[in-house]
Write a protein that binds this ligand. Structure first.
Ligand code: DC
Length: 234
């Protein structure tokens, strides 16, 4: 199996709750299949970072929408061989800043706003158009790319996801308690699943994969197997 896309444009939608392994698996797949990578969460995080830095009230919807519009003209993702995905707003790299707990705490509130979502969905569709890509988020299979070639929904129990996120934050040198991480994940899942516009949920035709017993490489192998079985890659 050569793992090359069999048709001109291949889009793999990967959705799931916080810390379900989406980013790692999406990055691995993009690398292995030679596809572009669109991380939609980093866009909502970018809007939130600018809002927090500028001291914008999280209830000031017009100001947040204005930041979202600004971001659509300045947001960029860069994936080079052997690197993680780098995130830029204009010339400024924000790869690390958008992962700070202060952004994680506020991002679900910002991403509940329908006009913010409209702007982000346009940006996501633009970044995924006319090229083969792995697109990762919460509503990719349901709203952003309902015609994606393959839709995957990753899940894992909340405790498992909290442990993973804790290790990830500790590896980046952040001191944070397990309780804080678990409660942030629980709160984000609750807001993401219950919002009115594009709530977090699997598309009816998504393949559900539980990642708790598998490594990221094994999950990638499963997805590559699904793509091959469906004749989407050679
Ligand atoms: O995947 P992530 O943790 O970087 O996402 C951060 C937040 O962004 C998530 O809690 C909700 C929001 N989000 C969204 O509403 N829709 C998406 N497609 C992606 C992320």
């Amino acid at each position: 199996m050569s793992s090359r896309p069999a048709s001109d444009v291949l889009t793999v939608a990967i959705d799931g709750p916080a810390a379900s392994g989406k980013s790692t698996v999406a990055l691995g797949l993009a690398r292995r299949l030679g596809l572009a990578l669109v991380d939609s969460g980093s866009m909502y995080r970018g809007v939130t970072l600018l809002a927090v830095e500028r001291g914008v009230d999280l209830e000031d919807e017009p100001a947040l929408v204005e930041i979202a519009c600004e971001l659509t003209g300045s947001f960029q993702l860069e994936l080079k061989d052997g690197e993680t995905l780098r995130v830029f707003i204009g010339e400024r790299e924000v790869t690390e800043e958008i992962r700070m707990p202060v952004v994680g705490d506020a991002v679900s509130i910002v991403s509940e706003i329908p006009r913010v979502r409209e702007e982000m969905v346009c940006l996501q569709r633009r970044m995924a158009s006319d090229r083969s890509a792995v697109v990762e988020g919460r509503d990719i299979g349901t709203t952003v790319l309902p015609d994606a070639s393959l839709k995957i929904y990753l899940e894992a129990p909340e405790q498992e996801r909290a442990s993973r996120r804790l290790l990830e934050l500790q590896a980046r040198g952040l001191e944070i308690s397990r309780e804080k991480v678990a409660s942030e994940i629980e709160k984000r899942d609750r807001i993401d699943s219950s919002r009115e516009v594009s709530p977090l949920r699997p598309a009816p035709d998504a393949v559900l994969l539980d990642t708790s017993e598998s490594t990221a490489a094994e999950v990638e192998d499963m997805i590559i197997g699904l793509l091959a079985d469906r004749g989407l890659i050679d």
